[in-house]
Each structure stands twice: as structure tokens, then as C-alpha cells.
Write a protein that binds this ligand. Structure first.
Ligand SMILES: Cc1ncc(COP(=O)(O)O)c(C=O)c1O
Length: 397
């Protein structure tokens, strides 16, 4: 069949191959320790589940307004006011089927052929593809570990052309865990306002921070930057609700209305009873979030310390998320049984075959010298998996 040209513009997930190989090895009875998880290894809080079950029992099983029910929008508005110091009206909020869906709708509503969208690298795998699907051009701007993987205002300004429409800023960042302090955000906001560039601010990991840094939304830095910011957040990571598919966007009414139109002709509303769980997640007690963050912090401290003790590896200490992004390129050019490892994909394959651990190659995030390991797995797995990685690396000559 001849497929639409747009399909050829996106590449399939580079990690799927590894996932398939790991699954095949598992089915042969080989014990694989997975560091690939993009979701918390905790269950959704009980009170949230209960709220959704109640909604089902009450018969809230029908279509809802396309952009979400008012009570969920009100919970989002209250959250943004309480935690981010931001004021929005209902017509400036839309709930979608996960933050990924929010981002897809934003790209479809804002971008087209001839436009450029700046993406700092390392980046979350879906950003370039969402831009491609909208027909626009992603402009990748590399950040370095020496700069704490953060976009500087100089690099941002240098990447701006007449065609630049927006910057995608993700903080804390998947995959590096880096996040921005007030001063750096102010610098970026200043450049955005000066050149009239929109900022798509992906804040899905906002609550998963392990340092004294407080999460600040760039939208809260003044009226001008708020007008230019499209804030994206969701419930997946904070409340361990990845399967529920709830994400939201806050921004200018014109954009939200356009996204509503796109959503009305594609998915319609996010699942009705899931939305009721979402209200409870945002308004209810937050104890489970605090417990999860405490546990993630312990794991982060351990995994970073262990990785930095391994020969040839340096591991940036992430301020947030549940990922570490160690530099592994010291081993490129080294051999095992006559086979040379040249890049992050080959290293990932080697670690899977010889170490029985599944990691994600840095190349998928635009940084081939690195690997991404998720610590959303038990301490026992982390300890065992790191031992296996260390042994496998020691075998490289
Ligand atoms: C940076 C970032 N943004 C957005 C998402 C999408 O999350 P969801 O669609 O589950 O809300 C993810 C999930 O991996 C992510 O890492």
C-alpha cells in the first residue's frame, strides 16, 4: 500500500527493538533486569482509584465535553493557582488523553511547513517527531553536561531565525533530570519575549524533584511570558497514572479553542470516569506523592554514587525525574570477543546480551555518548542490575 507522505517523516521508536529483544530473551527464560521504565513502579493511589470506581458506579460512563468536565478543569485551575502562582479561566484549559496527546494537539494547532521549533538536546524522543508530523522543522540545539544540560540564553538566541515559532522546554528533563532555576528561566523568558517566541513548557516531572530547587513555571515570570507560554502537565508521572491517559494544557484561549476543535474531530473527550480520578488526584491528599518522591530520592542517590564509582563512567546528578543519564563513551572502541562497540545502540545491545540488563541508548535522545537508566524499579533490581552492568563493562578490552 502507498502510505501518506507524512508517515515517512517520523521514525519508529529506537527503543522498540531493544524492548523486543529483551522480551524474546525473557521468553527463553533468561532473567533480564529492566532499566527502561518510563513510568513509576508504584500503584495509583487508592483514593484516586476509589474516585474513578465511584464515578463508574454513578453512571459517569458517557461522553463528556470534549475539553474535559468543568470540575476537573476547576481542580487544574486551583492547582495552577496554588502551586504555580498562575491564574487561568476555564476557556484557557483543555484536558487531553495524556500529556503526549496535549503536545500532539498543540503541534497540530500551531505549526506548519516553513516553521522552525527549537528543541534543546538531549530531548524527549517524541518532540522532533511531533514537529515533523505537523510539517514543521525541529531545530536541535545541543546542551552539554558541563552546562548541566541546560539551554543557555546565548544558545537559544543564536538558534532563532525569522522562521522560529517556538521553543520546547522540558524541566525537569527526560532524559537528563536537569532542571532550571529562577535566574536561568528569567534569561530564557527575556529572549522569548524579545523575539516573540512561544514556549511550550512541559512540566510533567514537576513534582519529582530531589534537591532544594523549587519548581517554577516559566509562565509565572510575568504577564508577557505568560501570554507566550503554553503550559503542559499531566497526571501520569506524579500520581502513577500512566494508563489513565490524562494530560492538560493551559494557554491562550485562541489556541485552546483550536485544540478543542482538533480534539473534537479525533479522540473527543478523555475517558469520563478517569477524569473523576483526576479530580481526586489533584484535590485529594498528596501523601503517596511524598512517599514516592522520598523513595525515588534514595534510589537516585544510590544509583548516581554507584555509577560514578564505575571505571570510565561519569554520571550527572539529576535534580529530578526518575532517570539517570551516565556518560558511557569511554568504552566506545573497546572489544568483546572480537566485536567492537562503537555507539550507544551497540552498547545497549551488548549490555542486554552479555549483562542481561535493558537500558535505553542515548542516541534516542540525541546524545550518543550516553545511556538512559530509569530508577523506577526496586532497589533490589537496581543493585543487581548495576552489578551486572559493572561486570559486563569489565569484560570489555
Ligand atoms: C517529557 C515528557 N513529556 C510528556 C510525556 C507524556 O506523558 P503522558 O502522555 O503519559 O501524560 C512524557 C512521558 O514519558 C515525558 O517523558
Amino acid at each position: 500500500m502507498r502510505l501518506a507522505e507524512r508517515v515517512s517523516r517520523i521514525k519508529p521508536s529506537a527503543t522498540l527493538e531493544i524492548v523486543a529483544k529483551a522480551a524474546a530473551m525473557k521468553s527463553e527464560g533468561i532473567d533480564i533486569i529492566g532499566f527502561g521504565a518510563g513510568e513509576p513502579d508504584f500503584d495509583t493511589p487508592e483514593n484516586v482509584k476509589k474516585a474513578a470506581i465511584e464515578a463508574l458506579k454513578k453512571g459517569y460512563t458517557k461522553y463528556t465535553p470534549v475539553s474535559g468536565i468543568n470540575s476537573l478543569k476547576d481542580a487544574i485551575i486551583a492547582k495552577l493557582q496554588r502551586e504555580n502562582g498562575l491564574t487561568y479561566n476555564r476557556d484557557e484549559i483543555i484536558v487531553s488523553c495524556g500529556a503526549k496527546h496535549s503536545l500532539y494537539n498543540i503541534a497540530q494547532a500551531m505549526f506548519e511547513e516553513g516553521m522552525e521549533v527549537i528543541i534543546p538536546s538531549p530531548y524527549w524522543v517524541s518532540y522532533p517527531e511531533l514537529i515533523h508530523l505537523a510539517g514543521a522543522t525541529p531545530v536541535i540545539v545541543n546542551t552539554s553536561e558541563e552546562e548541566d544540560f541546560l539551554l543557555t540564553s546565548e544558545k537559544f538566541e543564536r538558534a532563532i531565525t525569522k522562521r522560529t515559532k517556538a521553543l520546547i522546554l522540558n524541566y525537569p528533563s527526560n532524559p537528563t533530570g536537569a532542571t532550571y532555576d529562577l535566574e536561568r528561566l528569567e534569561e530564557i523568558a527575556r529572549i522569548a519575549v524579545k523575539h516573540d517566541i512561544y514556549i511550550i513548557s512541559d512540566e510533567v516531572y514537576e513534582k519529582l524533584i530531589y534537591t532544594d530547587l523549587r519548581h517554577i513555571s516559566i509562565a509565572s515570570l510575568g504577564e508577557e511570558i505568560k501570554e507566550l507560554t503554553i503550559l503542559v502537565n499531566g497526571l501520569s508521572k506524579t500520581y502513577s497514572m500512566t494508563g489513565w491517559r490524562l494530560g492538560y494544557t493551559a494557554g491562550q484561549k485562541t489556541l485552546i479553542t483550536a485544540m478543542n476543535n482538533i480534539q473534537s474531530q479525533s479522540t473527543s473527550n478523555p475517558t469520563s470516569f478517569a477524569q473523576y480520578g483526576g479530580i481526586e488526584a489533584l484535590n485529594g491528599k498528596q501523601d503517596d506523592v511524598f512517599k514516592m518522591v522520598e523513595e525515588f530520592k534514595k534510589r537516585r542517590d544510590y544509583i548516581v554514587r554507584r555509577l560514578n564509582m564505575m571505571r570510565g563512567i561519569s554520571c550527572f546528578n539529576p535534580s529530578g525525574t526518575f532517570y539517570v543519564f551516565p556518560k558511557i563513551s569511554y568504552y566506545y572502541g573497546k572489544n568483546f570477543k572480537g566485536h567492537t562497540i562503537r555507539n550507544s545502540m551497540e552498547m545497549t545491545e551488548y549490555l542486554l546480551k552479555e549483562g542481561h540488563v535493558a537500558v535505553v541508548p542515548g542516541a534516542a535522545f540525541g546524545a550518543d555518548n550516553y545511556l538512559r537508566l530509569s530508577f523506577a524499579t526496586s532497589m533490589k533490581n537496581i543493585e543487581g542490575g548495576l552489578n551486572m552492568i559493572e561486570d559486563a563493562l569489565d569484560r570489555l578490552k
